[in-house]
Design a protein around this ligand. Structure first.
Ligand code: SAH
Length: 368
């Protein structure tokens, strides 16, 4: 599930704040200079506000200069993105949980499903987990072959983690960027008397706080779309997997390119750009891109499927639920970021309808 994107190109990375106002002034001046405007500025750190700057922003010069300044001064160009994702989930998780419960991902439906109720949607979210496990052929019957240790990468408030821990009797570690989610996930886990098996912490999927070869099952349910570096993401998933372990990614992709195509059509890219601006998402990739990354990591049993038709009833249902009084109150309470995301949902529906957005599952095994 995606988070809202709040125009990070107009803000400097957080790291700069450590150096204080002077550095920010210097950076703004540097930006202006590069963009052909020598006036120094003393604006609020990290914000480009003058009409000149705004005009320049419209041209690519400032964006380019900002990127250059950013990479010169900030060793981690993804810091802003990570913070934005954390802020979004801190703000919106409560209202989501109130309406949709502990699973923050699509439901899986029969392709012919129509007129389904909110109860059906919640059941469909759990079905998504079951369909995914069975697609990956994770053993459930034979106790000796069940996964015993699991990592839930991008765990939300831990719905999948608790489900998997209970199903397999496994220990589960969940990571999320959102401190509020990690705290809520731990609280829900304590309430379910699972704290001896399941625990959550704030950590980055691209730099996981786990030793190599630790987990029999590496689970990423709708977090891959947030990852700015898919190659690093895949490498981390593979690194923490135990030999013979399962790696499961369920994620939003754009369609595979057709033979002879080198990029998406401009109108398609435009729609994705709008979604990226509305949500906290970096560049998208296709299911084939994930398969190539899995192959490059020498994974085995690589499988992928397009479940776009199976999730089709989901977004319309979310949109409908967003217009209930309870949801409107919750969305307003949780602020502008959540509100913006609620409006952007129609873009997702459009993307699915056009065949541009794909809901993909990619599973594989690390060689034993
Ligand atoms: N898998 C959960 C939540 C999906 S929402 C579920 O199905 O219920 C996306 C989650 O990905 C959020 O918890 C967000 O914090 C997490 N996420 C996004 N980027 C991340 C990163 N770089 N490292 C760790 N978690 C990340």
């Amino acid at each position: 599930m995606a988070a809202i994107y709040t125009a990070p190109l107009t803000r400097f990375p957080r790291g700069l704040k450590i150096h204080g106002l002077n550095l920010n002034i210097e950076c703004n001046a540097e930006l202006s200079k590069r963009a052909g405007d020598a006036r120094p500025t003393n604006r609020r750190p990290g914000t480009i506000t003058s009409s000149t700057s705004r005009k320049m922003l419209e041209q690519n010069t400032v964006c380019q200069a900002a990127t250059e300044v950013r990479s010169e001064l900030d060793p981690d160009p993804n810091a802003d993105l990570r913070q934005g994702i954390a802020d979004f989930y801190d703000a919106s998780s409560e209202v989501w949980e109130e309406i949709w419960g502990e699973h923050m991902h699509h439901g899986f439906y029969d392709v012919s499903a129509q007129d389904v109720s909110l109860c059906d949607h919640r059941a469909a979210q759990m079905r998504m987990i079951e369909e995914t496990l069975s697609f990956a052929a994770v053993p459930g019957e034979d106790e000796s072959k069940r996964p015993k240790s699991i990592v839930d990468v991008g765990c939300g408030i831990g719905g999948s983690s608790r489900y998997l821990a209970t199903k397999y009797g496994a220990t589960v570690k969940g990571i999320t960027l959102s401190p509020l989610q990690a705290a809520r996930a731990n609280a829900l886990t304590a309430a379910a008397s699972l704290s001896n098996k399941v625990e959550f912490q704030v950590a980055d999927a691209l730099n996981q706080p786990f030793p190599d070869g630790q987990f029999d099952l590496v689970w990423s349910m709708e977090s891959g779309e947030h990852m700015p570096d898919k190659e690093k993401f895949m490498k981390e998933l593979v690194r923490v997997a135990a030999p013979g372990g399962f790696i499961i990614i369920v994620t939003w992709c754009h369609r595979d390119l057709l033979p002879g195509e080198v990029s998406l059509k401009p109108s398609e890219q435009e729609l994705l750009d709008k979604i990226c601006k509305a949500y906290y998402l970096p560049a998208w990739c296709s299911p084939s891109d994930y398969v190539k990354l899995a192959q490059a990591s020498s994974l085995q049993d690589i499988k992928t499927a397009d479940w776009s038709d199976n999730v089709a009833p989901f977004w319309p249902a979310v949109i409908r639920s967003a217009f209930s009084w309870r949801a409107i109150a919750g969305v307003l309470r949780s602020g502008w970021k959540t509100l913006k995301g609620a409006f952007a949902m129609t873009l997702m529906v459009k993307g699915y309808k056009q065949g541009l957005i794909k809901f993909a599952v990619i599973t594989a095994r690390k060689p034993a």
